[in-house]
Design a protein around this ligand. Structure first.
Ligand code: HSE
Length: 428
């Protein structure tokens, strides 16, 4: 049987991993599929740049600077998009689908913003979009939600979906390095997006949560409706206080189904119990705690970023496409999702600020919260010198998010604080 011809756009961290795996596993994949896989064309920004690391896996003359040579080549059956970006990949995917190609992509940003249109075009054209690699790299979480848990009403997901943030938080905690140093290390290791702001701002995790939520809510979930906060303001002091309080700080992607049938969807740094399962997920690893009404709770864990882990899922999707397995995601969203606004979510909070150690300051702060109905569960203040700045850490009992947010804004205006407070939500 003739080889299956695919075309790729992009050949960076993920693309080069895909080429190496296809080469390494060539014989095994051929046995499995009954035909070989040929990478017929690869579009890259600069085709003349030497790419010695992949020349052992593909011929140098497959490279082109012209994406049309991939998309418009009718002998190519599948487009593998691993270039990144948001709008241009949308155009490539739509055009490839219209020309009768299936699409494999690792691009969560494009799918989060343009997924509805792309899936609609795929339905119209009878083609498929495979995107396992776009969420949690090597972890087959899309497969799990689309197929393995299809009998369930998923009621809860608590997930670590950004490898870069998890790596940064781990290095800050274990090595005591600053945020900037840890971020540079994550970039050097190839975990971060081309624009790492997407990682540290929580947006990348929100894109991934939107894609997952689309599956388990059976609805289109606009990414801008997911409350999103990043890790940029987390400091070494917060790490130390978290340890003292028996918590660990993680960037969590959260989905909870309320009794009324609305979804609480959010991404933010959260303090979680140090002995909880998710707190053990360190370095660039990702994990998702998923609860289904029939299956009960489960945890899926693995490499969430990097060349081979992401390429592993891209190649799995290539195999699905060659076999003609049609993903369930082609279905049209059935319902419009009801969301719980962040303002109404009631959580405990960690609040850290710096004050001058003068008589009455703690009393004024606690009564500020008390007057607004926020009950303080604990206060920490290290030994201070009179008249000197000193950190103060408060842990609140559960309070509606908006009440806490408004109280912190008002407290800043009162003039007691020497720096704006850091607030980290506590997820039990
Ligand atoms: N930048 C992403 C992360 C890569 O750090 O998780 C995988 O999507």
């Amino acid at each position: 049987m003739a080889s299956f011809r695919l075309g790729m756009i992009g050949c960076g961290t993920v693309g080069s991993g895909v080429l190496e795996i296809l080469h390494r596993r060539r014989d095994a994949l051929k046995r499995l599929l009954g035909r070989g896989i040929e990478v017929a064309r690869i579009a890259v920004r600069d085709p003349d740049r030497p790419r010695h690391q992949v020349y052992g896996f593909v011929d140098p003359d497959v490279f082109t600077g012209n994406v049309a040579r991939v998309i418009e080549d009718d002998s190519i059956e599948l487009l593998v998009e691993v270039a990144g970006g948001v709008d241009a990949p949308r155009d490539w995917m739509v055009e490839a689908l219209r020309r009768g190609k299936d699409v494999v992509t690792a691009n969560k940003a494009t799918l989060a913003f343009h997924g509805e249109e792309i899936f609609q075009v795929a339905r119209e054209c009878g083609r498929s979009v495979y995107y396992e690699a776009s969420v949690a790299a090597a972890i087959p979480i899309i497969e799990m939600l689309q197929n393995g848990l299809v009998a369930n009403q998923v009621t809860r997901v608590l997930a670590i979906l950004n490898g870069t943030c998890n790596y940064i938080l781990t290095r800050m905690e274990l090595d005591g390095v600053d945020y900037g140093v840890a971020l540079r290390q994550a970039q050097e290791k190839g975990f971060a997006e081309a624009d790492p702001t997407l990682d540290v701002s929580g947006e990348d995790a929100a894109h991934k949560l939107a894609l997952l939520a689309r599956i388990f809510t059976h609805s289109y979930v606009p990414v801008d409706r997911i409350f999103t906060e990043g890790i940029q303001r987390i400091s070494r002091e917060d790490m130390a206080f978290a340890e003292d309080l028996r918590y660990r700080i993680k960037l969590l992607a959260i989905a909870k189904l309320s009794e009324e049938g609305a979804w609480d969807l959010r991404v933010h740094p959260a303090m979680i119990a140090r002995d909880s399962i998710l707190a053990q997920v360190q370095e660039e690893y990702n994990a998702a705690y998923v609860k289904g009404d029939a299956a009960g709770p489960m945890l899926i864990y693995g490499n969430g970023a990097g060349s081979f882990p992401t390429a592993s899922s891209v190649v799995a999707d290539i195999v699905r496409a060659v076999k003609g397995d049609r993903p369930v995601n082609g279905e049209e969203p059935q319902e419009s999702v009801q969301l719980v606004p962040i303002e109404n979510v009631s959580l405990r909070n960690y609040i850290r600020t710096i004050v001058l150690d003068v008589p009455g300051v703690l009393g004024r702060i606690t009564s500020h919260f008390g007057m607004r109905g926020i009950s303080i569960a604990s206060i920490r203040q290290p030994e201070a010198k009179v008249g000197q700045p000193v950190p103060v850490v408060l842990v609140t009992h559960k309070a509606p998010d908006k009440v806490v947010t408004d109280s912190l804004c008002e407290l800043e205006r009162v003039g007691l604080l020497l720096e704006p407070p850091t607030r980290i939500r506590i997820e039990e």
